[in-house]
Structures are given as structure tokens and as C-alpha cells.
Ligand binder design. Structure first.
Ligand SMILES: Cc1cc2nc3c(=O)[nH]c(=O)nc-3n(C[C@H](O)[C@H](O)[C@H](O)COP(=O)(O)O)c2cc1C
Length: 182
């Protein structure tokens, strides 16, 4: 099984989450590409069996540069005839979408469009998306939002407890796919 962790991160929160996913996957999955997004990355998603795709939530969506990149990839796959009507599921291809978010105004609802957006991309390719993970991440420069927002006091998050939860969920994914890894 070949794994990919592709993530964007402006201030480092999402990177911490991605790093914990990577640390947890490293043993059970022997081939993993761990890539911090830049517009210059060259990723062929179809080469991977298990994809973790993540971004910070920026105005309810992924970062603009990641969205543009994914739209271009989709266009290119479409031109190659790889995006088919009904997006038939490809056996053995799985994905997880994850984000960090602050939820200052309407809580976790702010994160849902973001992971749904990424989920739709993987779904178009024919991947089965197992889950969407929303992990709280503080703003880097706005104390009021970090204390008075809908999620309560989120200073210091993602903290060690959040990251342990990410680790445990990643273990759960590995366990759920264990029959395929034999
Ligand atoms: C310009 C900007 C816009 C943001 N928009 C949202 C938002 O709409 N909803 C939300 O929950 N968090 C929002 N956030 C908070 C970030 O998603 C959160 O702090 C995240 O953990 C940052 O991750 P990073 O350190 O990996 O960049 C925004 C942050 C920035 C800087």
C-alpha cells in the first residue's frame, strides 16, 4: 500500500497534525510520501492507495493555492479521460480529509465546507473517503478570537491531547485497512 500525506499550512498548526499522521503511519505503511504543499509540487494522486489531504480552514475553505492546484489537477485528469461519469469507485483506494480550524463564529460548522470540498475532489477520482477530521487550531495573531470564540479558549491548540486523538484515529484507519495491507 502506497500512502500520501499532502497538506498546506500557513502557521504550522496543520503541519503538526500532518506530522503526527506521518509518525503514526510510518511503521505500518512502508511507502509514504509526506509533502508540504507548494504550487510547484508534482503529485499524481492516482499513484497512491491511501491519501491524507489537509489544509487550514481559510474562510471556510482550503487555502487558495491548494484549491487552485487541485482544480488544475482535476482539469488535467478530466482531459485524460480519468474522471468518468458516476466516478466509479476504484477498489483499494482510500482517503481521509483533515483540517485545523478555529471556529470563532459558528464553531465546527466553519470547517465542514472545507473538508467536504477536499472530499469531493477525492470522490471524483473514485476514492472512498473514510472520514473527515476537524482539529481545533488557534489563530496565530488574534487573542480575542482565541478566547471569545464559539469553541471557547483555544489558545495553544492543537495541544498534545488533540495530537494524541489524531494518532489514535490514524491507528483506527490502519486497523480498518489491515486486511488490505497483508
Ligand atoms: C486569513 C485566515 C482566515 C481564516 N478563516 C477561518 C475560518 O473561516 N474559519 C475557521 O474556523 N478558522 C479560520 N482561520 C483559522 C485557521 O484555520 C486556524 O488558525 C488554523 O489552525 C491555522 O492553521 P495553520 O497554522 O496550519 O495555517 C483563519 C485563519 C486565517 C489566517
Amino acid at each position: 500500500m502506497k500512502g500520501l500525506i499532502l497538506y498546506d499550512s500557513i502557521g504550522g498548526n496543520t503541519e503538526k497534525v500532518a506530522q503526527r499522521i506521518h509518525d503514526t503511519l510510518k511503521g505500518p505503511i512502508n511507502e509514504i510520501d509526506f509533502i508540504k504543499f507548494t504550487p510547484r509540487v508534482d503529485v499524481d494522486f492516482f499513484r497512491y492507495d491511501l491519501i491524507f489531504l489537509g489544509s487550514p480552514v481559510i474562510y471556510w475553505l482550503p487555502t487558495k493555492q491548494m484549491m487552485n492546484y487541485i482544480k488544475n489537477r482535476l482539469r488535467s485528469y478530466n482531459d485524460q479521460g480519468k474522471i468518468r461519469p458516476s466516478s466509479p469507485l476504484i477498489p483499494g483506494k482510500y482517503g481521509i480529509c483533515f483540517c485545523t480550524y478555529a471556529g470563532p463564529h459558528i464553531g465546527e460548522t466553519e470547517a465542514l465546507p472545507m473538508t467536504m470540498w477536499l472530499r469531493s475532489f477525492l470522490g471524483h477520482l473514485g476514492y472512498t473517503v473514510l472520514d473527515q477530521w476537524h482539529i481545533v487550531g488557534q489563530f496565530h495573531d488574534d487573542t480575542d478570537m482565541n478566547i471569545q470564540g464559539r469553541m471557547g479558549n483555544i489558545l495553544g491548540r492543537p495541544n498534545s491531547r488533540d495530537l494524541l486523538e489524531v494518532e489514535n484515529r490514524t491507528r483506527g484507519v490502519i486497523a480498518s485497512l489491515s486486511e488490505l495491507m497483508k
